[in-house]
Design a protein around this ligand. Structure first.
Ligand code: GLN
Length: 565
């Protein structure tokens, strides 16, 4: 029966099922774990999915993650990070949701556009196909066409990546209109692939109203009931909670979900996110999932091992010193908008036995009068990526402080551009030097639009995006940090250093130590006679991983620590 269903639609014959199967797809070769949230969002589904990847990866299983996002944007590139969290950029230039960043970090692997499916991308594919006459006169319907395309994306990823397991995180929660057809597609997938090949994990939140002081499972029960009404029987339930839940709660959930209590796990808050994979191993989640999907332990790749992960998590716990790093940014209370930077710092600090304390600096409030006082207690400062004019003068003022007071400075993308402007104004004496992003009429446009951006009129996916090769000058500070003269880092920008001013800058001591391999674009600046003053046009935080920290961040954290002691 499964064979019949799975072959439907192959030749475009008019049939009621529509599941185009990628060429050479072998059913059962890759297994699937589908993670669906109930009750509410914001309970760490992304971190759980990532941690499950670490857990299985350390067991030697090749895990490939995938995320479904219900919004109609084609990708995350046009989303406001202050509303939705950081835009994470993959090596192939795909602009994604921040969860992809956490998959890359926890699974210790790089991902591509195939690991990310938004409703916008799904519907664009379908409408483009319809316009090309590919549906052969059929009315295009949610079932079978939309669900069919979703299954095709999933199987295509399994096929291409040669995954043992594809972990699929369904964005949103059960009951949302916008993920209903994703869940339906997963129900169909389970039927077609066979029960042994697909495992549903439901993540539910267990409330503890302060007025009662005890855990209540009702909301979780209702959420699970909703999931069951969609034809999805969870195989495993993860009860998220702040504090450990009582057995009686798991027993209640068991009654409502047709699942034995042993399949109902509690993931209460632990001391830090890196502890989660280890905690999941402790409660035996890997064993349960591997049994359920008949997965065999394999040989873990040399980096992602329990031993290495434990060492990293342990170093975080053992860290005794603390450094304080200032990050300038607008709406600075939103941690999610800078999540990769915070992570990259966190990957390095335990390496030197220290913790990072972050001080947010709202640059709209920085003035000539208060700058010394506002930055006084910092051991280093990061000016991160950004767009537009808000707070720019304050950022430039912070760069000046860092340069003159020999405070370690790391400028990331916009931070690189701010360092250029500061140098032009205060060292070269060009008082109105600026980026044309902010001032089109400046007499010294030291930062200007990239040449090929000038004729663009679409916003989405049109920046200079993704991983690119950079040539570093041998012997420079930055090439010494990386230990090589060619690196690959990820970009997301429209503006660049204006090469017309190249000679003026180097005459005054600016060192341009990195340029694009295939284009004439300056990518790295550094200052001599300064403990750490580096600006990079790229975002090294996108490639930093717990088990493979960014050399640039390592150097920066080290310089901050040295200043402190
Ligand atoms: N706004 C700048 C540009 O487009 C910097 C971008 C960024 O920081 N990601 O070039």
């Amino acid at each position: 029966m499964h064979e019949d269903v799975i072959s439907l639609g192959k030749k475009g014959v008019e049939e009621e099922g529509y599941s185009e199967i990628p060429e050479n797809y072998k059913k059962g070769k890759s297994k699937y774990i589908v993670i669906i949230g109930t009750v509410m969002s914001g309970i760490g589904k992304g971190i759980f999915s990532s941690s499950l990847g670490t857990l299985l990866g350390c067991n030697g299983i090749k895990v490939v993650p995938m995320k479904f996002d219900g919004y109609l944007n084609y990708d995350a590139g046009t989303l406001n990070p202050y509303r939705h969290g950081e835009v994470f950029v993959l090596d192939d230039g795909t602009e994604t949701d921040l969860d992809l960043g956490s998959y890359e970090r926890f699974n210790n692997r790089n991902l591509t556009k195939e690991n990310y499916l938004t409703a916008g991308k799904l519907f664009k594919t379908i409408i483009d196909k319809e316009r090309a006459g590919k549906y052969l006169g059929r009315d295009v319907q949610f079932i079978p066409h939309v669900t069919g395309e979703i299954k095709h994306f999933v199987r295509n990823l399994a096929n291409k990546s040669d995954a043992d397991v594809v972990i699929i995180e369904v964005g949103g929660t059960v009951g949302d209109l916008e993920n209903s057809y994703f869940i339906e597609a997963m129900r169909q997938l389970a039927y077609e692939e066979g029960k042994d090949n697909v495992c549903f994990v439901s993540l539910s939140y267990i409330l503890k109203p302060s007025s009662l002081g005890e855990h209540k499972s009702k909301a979780a029960q209702i959420g699970l009931r909703n999931l069951l009404s969609l034809g999805v029987q969870p195989d495993i339930i993860i009860c998220r909670s702040n504090l450990p839940i009582e057995t009686k709660i798991r027993e209640k959930i068991s009654v409502y979900s047709n699942l034995p209590v042993e399949k109902i796990f509690n993931l209460h808050n632990v001391n830090g996110v890196y502890e989660i994979p280890l905690y999941l191993r402790e409660i035996g989640l890997d064993k349960t999932i591997m049994e359920r999907l008949s997965l065999q332990k394999g040989t873990a790749n040399s980096e992602l091992t329990f031993e290495n992960w434990e060492r990293f998590a342990d170093n975080i716990k053992k860290a005794e010193k603390t450094i304080t790093i200032g990050i300038t940014g607008k709406y600075t209370e939103l941690w999610d908008s800078y999540i990769s930077i915070l992570n990259a710092l966190e990957h390095c600090a335990p390496y030197y036995g220290c913790k990072v304390n972050i001080k947010w600096i709202d640059t709209t409030e920085i003035s000539e009068e208060n700058v010394n006082e506002k930055l006084r207690e910092l051991d280093g400062i990061v000016v991160p990526g950004g767009f537009g004019s808000r707070g720019v003068e304050g950022k430039i003022r912070c760069v000046r402080y860092a340069r003159e007071k020999r405070l370690p400075y790391l400028g990331l993308c916009y931070g690189f551009q701010m360092a250029i402007i500061e140098f032009a104004r205060n060292v070269l004496g060009w008082s109105d030097a600026h980026t044309t992003e902010v001032d089109r009429n400046t007499s010294k446009p030291v930062i200007d639009l990239l040449f090929n951006q000038k004729s663009l009129n679409e916003m989405g996916g049109t920046m200079r995006l993704g991983g690119k090769e950079i040539i570093l000058r041998p012997g420079s500070f930055v090439s010494n940090l990386y230990g090589k003269t060619q690196i690959r880092e990820r970009f997301r920008h429209r503006y660049e250093f204006n090469n017309n001013y190249f000679r003026d800058f180097i005459a005054k001591g600016m060192v341009f130590s990195g340029k694009a391999k295939d284009e004439d674009i300056i990518q790295v600046l550094e200052l001599r006679e300064h403990p750490f003053f580096v600006g990079v046009q790229f975002h090294p935080e996108y490639t930093s991983k717990p088990l493979r920290p960014s050399p640039l961040y390592l150097g920066f954290v080290y310089a901050c620590l040295k200043r402190k002691i």
